[in-house]
Every structure is written in C-alpha cells, then in structure tokens.
Design a protein around this ligand. Sequence first.
Ligand code: HEC
Ligand code: HEC
Ligand code: HEC
Ligand code: HEC
Ligand code: HEC
Ligand code: HEC
Ligand code: HEC
Ligand code: HEC
Ligand code: HEC
Ligand code: HEC
Length: 310
Amino acid sequence: MTRPSLPLLVALACCGAGLPLASAPQSAAGAAEYSPAGADTCLMCHSNDAVLGIFRTRHAMPSDPRGPFGHGQLQCESCHGPGGAHAGMQQFDGQMAQVIRFGRERPAPVETRNAACLGCHDADMGFATHGGAHDDNRIACASCHQLHSPTDAVLGRSTQAGKCYECHAQRRSDSLKAYSHPLREGKMSCSGCHAPHGATTEALLVRQTTNDTCYQCHAEKRGPFLWEHAPVAEDCTSCHDPHGSNQPGMLVRRAPLLCQSCHSQSGHPSVAQDAGGLAGNSPYLLAQGCLNCHSQVHGSNHPSGSKLMR
Ligand code: HEC
Ligand code: HEC
Ligand code: HEC
Ligand code: HEC
Ligand code: HEC
Ligand code: HEC
Ligand code: HEC
Ligand code: HEC
Ligand code: HEC
Ligand code: HEC
C-alpha cells in the first residue's frame, strides 16, 4: 500500500483512549480523502464493542510507531482506506461512499483487502506466500485473522484448528477419530506441521519434506539406523495419517494388512491371509501380527536386526 505523505501532523487527544492522532492528509490528486480527525471521526458512528475491541490488540499500541495507531499513522484508515467521503456520508450513484470492507457483507476485492495488510506486513510473510495454496485460492488475510477481537483465534494454539476447520471440514472429522495428534487437547496446532502463509511444498509444510516436518518432534525416528526400513526414511505417511485414524498409532491400516500392502504374498509373511479360516490361527497374523516379531518397524541398530526383529 502506498501511503500518501502527511503534510501536517497534529497531535490530538483521542476519545479517552489517550492516543496521539495523525492528521488529516489531503489528497493532492483529489482522489479518495482521509477523514479529518482519524479514529475520532470514525468512532462518532462506530463505537460498538465489536469495533472497540481493536483497542485491546497489538495494532492499537500507540507506542509502536509502525502500527496503525503509532504517531503519524492513519489509524482506522490504515486498513480501511481513505474514509473522508464515507464519514461525510457522501453519496455516489445513490450509494453511501464506501471504505474497504473486510466482513462477509459486500467485502472489497481480496487483492484490495490483502494489500491493506501487506503494506505493513509484506516482509513478515516470507517469499513462499505468493503462489502458496492460500494465496493461489485468493484467501484473504482476514478470512483467518480477526483484527478487532482482543484474541485472534488463529494465533492461539488451542483455538487455531477451529478457524481452519471452517474451510477444511474433513480435518475436523479426522481429529475426532480414535487416534490423532493432540489438537483437541490444545497441545499442538495445525501450524506445528503447516505454514499457512505458504511454503515451498504443495501441502504447505513447515519443512522441506514430510519427514523433516515429523522429525521436528519425533527426532528419534530419524536414525541413523544400522538397518533402515526403506519406507520409514522415505515417507512417514505411507503408514501414518498425521490428521488421525481409527487404527492405534494413527496407522493407515491394521498392522498385518498394512505390512502386506507392500510385502509379497509369497513366503511366510503372508501365510494364509486369504486361505479361508486359516488366517485367524496364523501366528503371523495374530494380535499385532507381523509386529510380534518385527517390532523395530522404524529401523534397528542391533547388529543382528536386519529383519527389524530387535
Ligand atoms: C456519520 C457516520 C459515519 C462515520 C463518521 C463513519 N461511518 Fe462507517 N458506516 C456508517 C454507516 C451508516 C455504515 C453502513 C453503510 C453501509 O453498509 O453501506 C457504515 C459502514 C462502515 C463499514 C462497513 C461495516 C460492515 O458491517 O461491513 C466500515 C468498515 C466502516 N463503516 C468504517 C468506517 C471508518 C473506518 C470510518 C472513519 C474513517 C467510518 N466508518 C466513519 C456511518 C459512518
Ligand atoms: C489493522 C487493520 C484494521 C484497523 C486498524 C481497523 N480495522 Fe476495522 N476491520 C478490520 C478487519 C480485518 C475487519 C473484519 C472483521 C475483523 O477482522 O474483526 C474490520 C471490521 C470493521 C467493521 C465492521 C464490523 C463488523 O463486525 O463487521 C467496522 C465498522 C470497522 N472495522 C471499523 C473500524 C474502525 C472505526 C477502526 C478504527 C477505530 C478500525 N476499524 C480499525 C481491520 C482493521
Ligand atoms: C500500519 C501498519 C499495519 C497495518 C496496515 C496492519 N498491521 Fe498488522 N501489525 C502491525 C504491527 C506494527 C504489529 C505488531 C508487530 C509486533 O509486535 O512485532 C502487527 C501485528 C499483527 C499481527 C500479530 C498480532 C499478535 O497479536 O501477535 C497480525 C496477525 C497482523 N498484524 C495482521 C494484520 C492484518 C491481517 C492486517 C490487514 C487487515 C494488518 N495486520 C494490517 C502493523 C500493521
Ligand atoms: C490460512 C490462514 C491464514 C491466512 C490466510 C493468513 N494468515 Fe497470518 N497467520 C496465520 C497463522 C496460523 C499464524 C500463526 C503462525 C504460527 O503460529 O506459526 C499467522 C501469523 C501471522 C502474523 C504474526 C507474525 C508471524 O509471522 O508470526 C502476521 C503479522 C500475519 N499472520 C499476517 C498475515 C497477513 C498480512 C496475511 C494476508 C496476506 C495473513 N496473515 C494471512 C494464519 C493465516
Ligand atoms: C477461508 C477458507 C480457508 C481457511 C480459513 C483455511 N484454509 Fe487452507 N485452504 C483453503 C483453500 C481454498 C485451499 C486450496 C484448495 C484445497 O486444497 O482445499 C487451501 C489449502 C490448504 C492446504 C494445502 C492443500 C493442498 O492441496 O496442498 C493446507 C495444508 C491448508 N489449506 C491448511 C490450512 C490451515 C492449517 C488453516 C488454518 C490455519 C487453513 N488452511 C485455513 C481455504 C482455507
Ligand atoms: C502432525 C503433522 C500435521 C498436523 C498437526 C496437521 N497436518 Fe495437515 N498435513 C500433514 C501432512 C504431512 C500432509 C501431506 C499429506 C500427504 O501428502 O498425504 C498434510 C496435508 C494437509 C492438507 C492437504 C491434503 C489433504 O489431505 O487435503 C490439508 C488441507 C491439511 N493438511 C490441513 C490441516 C489442518 C486444517 C490441520 C489442523 C486441523 C492439519 N492439517 C494438521 C501434516 C499435518
Ligand atoms: C509439533 C510437534 C509434532 C510434529 C511436527 C509431529 N508430531 Fe507426531 N506427535 C506429537 C505429539 C505431541 C504426540 C502425542 C505424544 C503423546 O501423546 O505422548 C504425537 C504422536 C504421534 C504418534 C503416536 C500416536 C499414538 O497413538 O501413539 C504418531 C504415529 C505420530 N505422532 C506421527 C507423526 C508424523 C507422521 C508426523 C509428521 C507428518 C508427526 N507426528 C509430526 C507431536 C508432533
Ligand atoms: C512401515 C510403516 C511405518 C512407517 C513408514 C512409519 N511408521 Fe511409525 N509406526 C508404525 C507402526 C506399525 C507403529 C506402531 C508400533 C507399535 O504398536 O509398537 C508405529 C508407531 C509410531 C509412533 C508411536 C510409537 C513410537 O514408536 O513412538 C510414532 C511417534 C511414529 N510411529 C512416528 C513415525 C514417524 C515420525 C515416521 C516417519 C519418520 C514413521 N513413524 C514411519 C509403522 C510405520
Ligand atoms: C510402503 C511399503 C511398505 C510397508 C507398508 C511396509 N514395508 Fe517393510 N519394507 C518395505 C521395503 C521397500 C523394504 C526393503 C526391501 C528390500 O530391501 O528388499 C522393506 C523391508 C522390510 C523388512 C526387512 C526385509 C529384509 O529382507 O531385510 C522387514 C522385516 C519388513 N520390511 C517388515 C515390515 C513390517 C512388519 C511392516 C508392517 C508394520 C512393513 N514392513 C510395512 C516396504 C514396506
Ligand atoms: C513368528 C515371528 C514372525 C512373524 C509373526 C512375522 N515374521 Fe517376518 N520374519 C520372521 C523371521 C524369523 C524372519 C527371518 C527369516 C530369515 O532370516 O530367513 C522374517 C523375515 C521377514 C522378511 C524378510 C524377507 C524374508 O522372507 O526373509 C519380511 C519382509 C517379513 N519377515 C515380513 C513379515 C510380515 C509382513 C509379517 C506379517 C504378515 C511377518 N513378517 C510376520 C519372523 C516373523
């Protein structure tokens, strides 16, 4: 956002909040004009609790010169754009002049809304923002962030997922399955694995690969192992669904079936999987099945652990 230069700065005491006020810049081009007394003007008509909530957020820190309410800044209008005509209730084509609206009703185009934020936040966003799945799909900053609320749900570890579920409903039902990451308990959030602003991976992961993402918290699974199990080093999600599953350990399938999805049907491993009646009695398939013997499924450091049995 290119901000107009401020020809004069007047410090006024604001509306009991004791905020230093920016001036009313006059647009040289005669285009959109800012309101004469900043927030004071706006609050004459908009002083309900929902709006006033912003004064309990970081954005309203008068001591932060970079923030909307810092000295010389445009206050409400640093996000809502020039509101002079709107505050004067000027009519254009029979309609009241508008500011940039972020809510559900008649919102400004996504580009306009996001530009208002990026004018101050471009550098915080990281190079991967542009072209990330959310940017590509024209998701507005304010679809995730709440600016007037003292608590921005998407920034809270226990409240974030609720915001994401508004659009990713399948992830909510995954989280309700019998085994899942402790999202519901508020012990972690989606952003433990995902970078919502964008990332170089398609699935917006916080690290270069799925496995590197998992190793952040499950470092012991990285090895190195004397005897690696190939799919583990390759992709944890060949066996686990990180969003939740109904199998213990968030496995994508029950253990014998899981192993058999890759291991050959010939030889001992698959004895009788499909030989009517026998399956229930086979020691290879009982209880934990393969894991009864091949317990070191993530890899082994035992000299004779080549078959992942110790
Ligand atoms: C004289 C009263 C008045 C003043 C002053 C005023 N507004 Fe408004 N504002 C209104 C009215 C009335 C509406 C509803 C009109 C409409 O929906 O088109 C409105 C609507 C809005 C909306 C859209 C609300 C929504 O539900 O989406 C925003 C945002 C807004 N104003 C911001 C501002 C800002 C920022 C200022 C200061 C620059 C300001 N207003 C000054 C009367 C005022
Ligand atoms: C940092 C950016 C920012 C600043 C500063 C800001 N707003 Fe907003 N405003 C938003 C966003 C984003 C929304 C959409 C709802 C939300 O996120 O809470 C919004 C919503 C609104 C609405 C509609 C209310 C609703 O519930 O839909 C009004 C009215 C409004 N703002 C007025 C103001 C006034 C008056 C000020 C100054 C006191 C102000 N805003 C300062 C970003 C801002
Ligand atoms: C005039 C500059 C400015 C504008 C415009 C602005 N911000 Fe900010 N924003 C800031 C500053 C300064 C901070 C505080 C940063 C800090 O404390 O390190 C901040 C903080 C934040 C935070 C972190 C809040 C927290 O509690 O940690 C979020 C999220 C955010 N802004 C989103 C937005 C969005 C979305 C918009 C557009 C609707 C927006 N900002 C518009 C300057 C701005
Ligand atoms: C899909 C949801 C989503 C969208 C869209 C989104 N954010 Fe965020 N934002 C988040 C989450 C989640 C965090 C917290 C990140 C974390 O915990 O690591 C965050 C953090 C922030 C912060 C805090 C500082 C930081 O980087 O940690 C700022 C500032 C911010 N966002 C600004 C923006 C702006 C500006 C836009 C639009 C260009 C935007 N966000 C779009 C979800 C989103
Ligand atoms: C306003 C709706 C909306 C919100 C809120 C939202 N998303 Fe998204 N998200 C989308 C859309 C649309 C896409 C792209 C289409 C798709 O893949 O579903 C997407 C894509 C993604 C992707 C990549 C999907 C892929 O196919 O590679 C991830 C990961 C993701 N979102 C995570 C999150 C997280 C985490 C949050 C909360 C911090 C969140 N989203 C909040 C709408 C949203
Ligand atoms: C423990 C790590 C982890 C957590 C926590 C997590 N995800 Fe994911 N997510 C992943 C991985 C890894 C992928 C890529 C999966 C794949 O390629 O099969 C992914 C893929 C996605 C996708 C795109 C692919 C798809 O299946 O649609 C979306 C959308 C998504 N996650 C949303 C979320 C949301 C929303 C949350 C929070 C409720 C969340 N994720 C929590 C690891 C995680
Ligand atoms: C931000 C940290 C974090 C990341 C990243 C992470 N996890 Fe976890 N993981 C946890 C926590 C916390 C638990 C629960 C541990 C507990 O309850 O003792 C857990 C548990 C698990 C469990 C065991 C579930 C059970 O029922 O015993 C599996 C399997 C798992 N994670 C797989 C993954 C995979 C695969 C990835 C990468 C896609 C991943 N994790 C990324 C934190 C993380
Ligand atoms: C070949 C299938 C497979 C792959 C690939 C795999 N796991 Fe596992 N994982 C399992 C099985 C089976 C269990 C259940 C073990 C048990 O019940 O003792 C398990 C259990 C876990 C557990 C919970 C118990 C424990 O050992 O801590 C975590 C955490 C875990 N895996 C993380 C990972 C991570 C991280 C990756 C990727 C580096 C990964 N897994 C790759 C099959 C796999
Ligand atoms: C995604 C496919 C995949 C899944 C699922 C899988 N494996 Fe493997 N497994 C492999 C590959 C590939 C190798 C390496 C084969 C080789 O080197 O010849 C391997 C190697 C092994 C070995 C060592 C074989 C040898 O000759 O040294 C054992 C034992 C083993 N897997 C057991 C299991 C068990 C038990 C499970 C179920 C928990 C399982 N595997 C699930 C792909 C898989
Ligand atoms: C009762 C113990 C036991 C069970 C249960 C078991 N295995 Fe094995 N498995 C072994 C032994 C012992 C070897 C080593 C054979 C050798 O060294 O020649 C082996 C070897 C393997 C190998 C290496 C290739 C080969 O044939 O030598 C694979 C792969 C394998 N098992 C997969 C599985 C799978 C998949 C399951 C579950 C369907 C399973 N095993 C269940 C004991 C078991």
